[in-house]
Design a protein around this ligand. Structure first.
Ligand code: SF4
Length: 100
């Protein structure tokens, strides 16, 4: 199952390990981000998005087997959709917004 493209309608914002995430009843970690969102329950931490992103939106979060790519700087996204394309688990959803 890929990330739910309508997660903002189907989930509630809550806190997990000091992060604001979108969760439903089946979530362990939840989804982090809004414009650039990563489903931490799908992310396997292979780092493809970190390598492909031309503007360094992602950082590592957690360590070891649980490490996740976190879109720390989603406001820098230029909407190339490279991260969505390379994610082996379809864990990333990029939603272009009009920047003010
Ligand atoms: S869409 Fe492109 S610029 Fe935006 S986070 Fe993904 S790889 Fe980076």
């Amino acid at each position: 199952m890929p990330i739910d493209p309508d997660f903002q309608k189907h989930r509630q914002v809550t806190m997990h390990d000091n992060l604001q995430v979108w969760k439903d009843s089946g979530s362990k970690f939840g989804i982090f981000g809004t414009d650039v969102a990563v489903d931490f329950d799908l992310c396997v931490g292979d780092g493809a998005c970190i390598e492909v992103c031309p503007v360094n939106v992602f950082d590592w979060h957690y360590q070891g087997e649980d490490k996740k790519a976190i879109p720390s700087r989603e406001r820098d996204c230029i909407y190339c959709f490279g991260c969505e394309a390379v994610c082996p688990k379809f864990a990333i959803r990029v939603t272009p917004v009009v920047k003010k």
